[in-house]
Design a protein around this ligand. Structure first.
Ligand code: HEM
Length: 500
């Protein structure tokens, strides 16, 4: 009798589960038939924290593994944020070029809100205010990037002399390279300076950038699970202190510059920002789209935030690849010698005549995946991607690492700059445009021209004057440390003068 009762309760349970499963299937099928859309698939996560514990140290690579199982568009949960990951060259390019506005906001993370209350450029909502802000930033960047050649050449020469001063000892080039790219963006903003490397504000900026990167990286726990701040109080406190200090020193600098501002004698990007804000009639009170003069004055923070670490990281990768691939290095040096001859100095206009050097820069950006997940986006409306619905307010990451490592590259894990050249040795535009290191669409990097000029001039000048090699017994690791950027693990190179 007892056995019968337990059998019937098992049958009842099975019935309940069958009805439940059937109901879910009916619901999904009806939903699909009604509008042809579905929620994106995705892995199972834990209650409250979602998938945070499953991402490991390297989120971009874990996202790539999920992609193999769930496809180019899948969902997961990062703490309190429903999240969608979009991967693969074709899908990322299609979505960011055809549906860019639907993904053009940034999520209202705590750390982003702390930076200018989301009224700056990089960490802001997407609205008319943002569009005007971006227009002003692009105007200033365009105008002042073209004035940077001489400063870049000086910084390139400084790298060469610092490298050669190592007198044949193996050394890590990171510090020298970071100071050079930092100095370039500093002079871009505040004008030509002699003793940048002794400027307290400048040094502090370089020092604190690491902490900033940790806070701005994908799935920073204090952003996606705000209550975890109690476990990371020191980190959050340091971040707040750094942002406040940077804002304070920026305000002081702006005050000084405003006092000597002369529209007939424009000196640097800050002058450009002031003059553009006058041209657009910006005041302390918000204008018709909600933009204020103070909002626009925060632009130097965006230029620093985006303007030196990505570039120095790319250069560090380039030097590492040159030490590992001496044949590629020698090919670039031959190209440089052929183009500049006895001139001894590299100009930006030489770039067109140096396709192999350019190809090497593209290949390095592709393979190293410098900004693996870009910056986080947020859906501005309900939107369909590959027949999956992505709800307004969803946190969205575009996996740039996956774009550079797509099977369509043929041998995505090989370092082969020639892949960007046609049989006549010319750069193939459709190939270089597939790298997407600067992203595309509304939020694409506005500093691309400055960055590409800088990468070319610094890299080509170093190879024009130096030979780079790998110290004996040194084993290079090409995996990179995951943060907001993939930076190479600490490594040493050996540099000697090319004349020797
Ligand atoms: C190799 C160098 C660089 C790389 C790989 C790079 C890459 C990127 C990427 C992937 C984004 C995010 C795009 C998105 O959200 O979809 C971005 C945004 C941004 N970058 Fe760059 N960047 C570089 C250099 C620079 C430089 C030199 C500057 C400035 C002066 C700069 C300023 C910015 C700004 C302000 C944003 C935010 C744009 C916005 O949200 O509207 N970047 N960059």
């Amino acid at each position: 009798m007892e056995k019968l009762t337990s059998t019937s309760s098992v049958v009842q349970m099975v019935d309940i589960w069958s009805i439940f499963a059937l109901a879910i299937i009916v619901l999904l099928v009806t939903k699909y038939l009604m509008n042809g859309t579905l929620s994106p698939p995705g892995p199972w996560g834990l209650p409250f924290i979602g998938h945070l514990l499953f991402l490991g140290k390297d989120h971009a690579k874990q996202f790539q593994r999920y992609r193999e199982e769930f496809g180019d568009v899948y969902q997961l949960r990062l703490g309190v944020w429903p999240t969608v990951i979009i991967s693969g060259y074709h899908t990322v390019k299609k979505v960011l070029s055809e549906q860019s506005d639907s993904f053009a906001a940034r999520p209202a993370f705590n750390s982003f809100k702390f930076i200018n209350k989301m009224r700056g450029l990089t960490f802001s909502y997407f609205d008319q205010r943002y569009l005007l802000h971006r227009k002003i930033a692009s105007t200033v960047l365009k105008e002042y990037s073209s004035r940077m050649e001489e400063i870049m050449q000086e910084e390139a020469n400084r790298i060469v002399s610092d490298f050669l001063n190592e007198n044949g000892r193996p050394f890590n080039p990171n510090k020298v390279v970071t100071e050079a790219t930092g100095s370039i963006i500093y002079q871009f903003c505040y004008g030509k300076g002699e003793n940048i490397r002794e400027d307290k504000d400048f040094l502090e900026l370089l020092e604190n950038h690491k902490n900033f990167k940790e806070m701005a990286k994908a799935a920073n726990p204090t952003d996606v699970l705000p209550w975890t701040q109690i476990f990371f109080q020191e980190k959050v406190r340091k971040f707040h202190k750094f942002i406040r200090k940077a804002q304070h020193s920026r305000a002081e600098k702006f005050q000084d510059i405003l006092e000597t501002f002369d529209p007939k004698h424009m000196r640097h990007a800050v002058d450009g920002i002031i003059s553009t804000s006058i041209r657009y009639g910006l005041e302390d009170e918000p204008n018709e789209v909600g933009l204020t003069k103070q909002d626009v004055f925060t632009l130097t923070g965006d230029f620093f935030g985006g303007g030196f670490d990505n570039t120095s990281t790319t250069l560090c990768w380039l030097l590492l690849y040159m030490a590992e691939y001496p044949v590629v290095q020698a090919t670039i040096q031959r190209e440089i010698d052929n183009v500049i001859g006895q001139k001894g100095i590299i100009l930006l206009e030489d770039r067109e005549k140096m396709p192999f050097t350019e190809a090497t820069i593209f290949e390095t950006m592709r393979l190293s995946g410098v900004v693996p997940l870009g910056l986080p986006h947020c859906a501005t409306e309900d939107v369909l991607v590959n027949r999956y619905i992505i709800k307004k307010g969803t946190l969205v990451f575009f996996n740039h690492y996956s774009v550079g490592h797509d099977k369509e590259w043929g041998d995505p894990f090989e370092f082969r700059p020639e892949r960007f050249l046609d049989s006549g040795g010319k750069l193939m535009r459709e190939k270089t445009e597939s790298v997407l290191a600067f992203s595309i669409g509304r939020r694409r990097c506005p500093g691309e021209t400055l960055a590409r000029n800088e990468l070319f001039l610094l890299f080509a000048t170093v190879l024009c004057k130096c030979d780079i090699s790998k110290p004996e017994h040194e084993n290079y690791d090409f995996e990179g440390n995951f943060s907001l950027t993939y930076s190479p693990k600490p490594y040493n190179i050996y540099v000697c003068s090319k004349e020797n």
